[in-house]
Design a protein around this ligand. Structure first.
Ligand code: AMP
Length: 355
């Protein structure tokens, strides 16, 4: 167990790091963030923040020397960066990042554990793309195999004719069949150092343009019926990786059962509701897990939950939200610049308390 006063290193500087830092400070830890230059809102909530490139080995080792444990808030931290750190400092094995950074590796890994991903094929060239269209069919989605998030690096392909006008981006891609689903949902779990696994309730997740906009509880009968199988898979993934901390798996609830979409080896936007809505938040339980503290309960505290992202210009929205009845819980991330499509904050509205 890491005693209070120990230092947690967080790779990445976005809102997830900020909310992890708040939870860590509450438990008496110090936090040092690390990320290349940028608008790092985690820095505001951290004891210290190192701005250096991912490949700056000297800065990384200096950072490591000041930390008692290291975690990440961003799954695209280069593997070489994490590999350069003393491995004993990592709360969670590097393999979790390796699997999650490559959509092929991830889908193969999931299929080996008995999960069902959408049909897919690798695309390196125009010939591969033509073969993939034949094998998988249309409609589908072409995605870069690496570095995609929030719908970036993705192109919807409605028909073979549409595909003929597509210029490949010049990096390895994956072509996936478009899944017809009723709802999207995620399984968020925390796994402790001793292998204990706890799950939060699964919300129904709504997306716009590939980006999460809203998470809702109750998620509905279809999702609820598919959660046990999805949890079983998520626990297998966590156990196979020797995972420590919060892990998220995203699914499509289809008429034929849960189809795996992707995993995030970190706290997740669809778990923000847990700050007010669950006995212990995803952020606090991640910190508890990586520090070897007892995990907190994950039960939902309210009959209904509605979490919505605030995207783009947040100022006016914030004023309106705070004037609403029903005590909405507003979180703004302190980003200096509002841009179209940028997550600026979120608001969680809860229903009546559960006994
Ligand atoms: P991803 O970055 O892979 O999670 O994709 C972002 C969002 O795009 C997902 O949450 C879905 O809303 C949508 N999407 C991605 N892949 C598929 C697919 N194969 N079929 C249907 N919708 C998809």
């Amino acid at each position: 167990m890491l005693p209070a006063g120990s230092t947690i290193g967080i790779l990445g500087g976005g809102q997830l790091g900020r909310m992890l830092a708040v939870a860590a400070l509450q438990l008496g830890y110090r936090v040092i963030g690390y990320a290349p230059a940028g608008d790092h809102v985690a820095a505001d909530a951290s004891t210290d923040f190192v701005t250096a490139n991912w490949d700056d080995t000297a800065a990384l080792l200096e950072f490591a020397a000041r930390c008692d444990v290291v975690t990440w808030e961003f799954e695209n931290v280069p593997i070489s960066t994490v590999a350069a750190l003393p491995q004993a400092l990592l709360a969670c094995p590097l393999r979790a990042l390796e699997v999650a950074q490559d959509r092929f590796h991830e889908k193969q890994f999931i299929a080996e554990l008995g999960g069902v991903p959408a049909p897919y094929a690798r695309v390196e060239s125009d010939a591969d793309f033509a073969a993939a269209l034949t094998a998988v069919g249309t409609p589908g989605i072409l995605k870069t195999a690496r570095d995609g998030y929030d719908g970036k690096g993705q192109w919807r392909i409605g028909s073979a004719l549409e595909a003929s006008g597509v210029r490949l981006p010049g990096v390895t891609c994956i072509y996936e069949g478009f899944v017809t689903y009723e709802t999207e949902f995620s399984v968020i779990l925390v796994r402790g150092r001793d292998g204990t696994v706890r799950f939060w309730d699964s919300t129904a997740n709504l997306h716009d343009g590939g980006m999460l906009t809203q998470s809702i509880l109750p998620a509905g009968a279809l999702v609820d019926a598919q959660v046990p199988a999805a949890r079983e898979l998520a626990a297998k993934v966590a156990n196979a990786l020797g995972y420590v901390g919060v892990l998220t798996l995203e699914f499509f609830a289809t008429r034929n059962g849960p189809v795996f979409n992707e995993m995030a080896p970190r706290v997740h936007n669809s778990g923000h509701w847990t700050i007010e809505g669950a006995a212990t938040s995803q952020f606090e339980n991640h910190i508890r897990a990586i520090c070897g503290l007892p995990l907190g309960g994950t039960e939902t505290r309210f009959a209904s939950i509605d979490m919505r992202n605030i995207v783009g210009d947040a100022a006016l929205t914030a004023h309106q939200i705070l004037a609403e009845p029903g005590e909405p819980h507003l979180h703004l991330y302190g980003k200096r610049e509002a841009r179209e499509g940028r997550k600026m904050g979120h608001v969680t509205r809860v229903g009546h308390a559960l006994k």
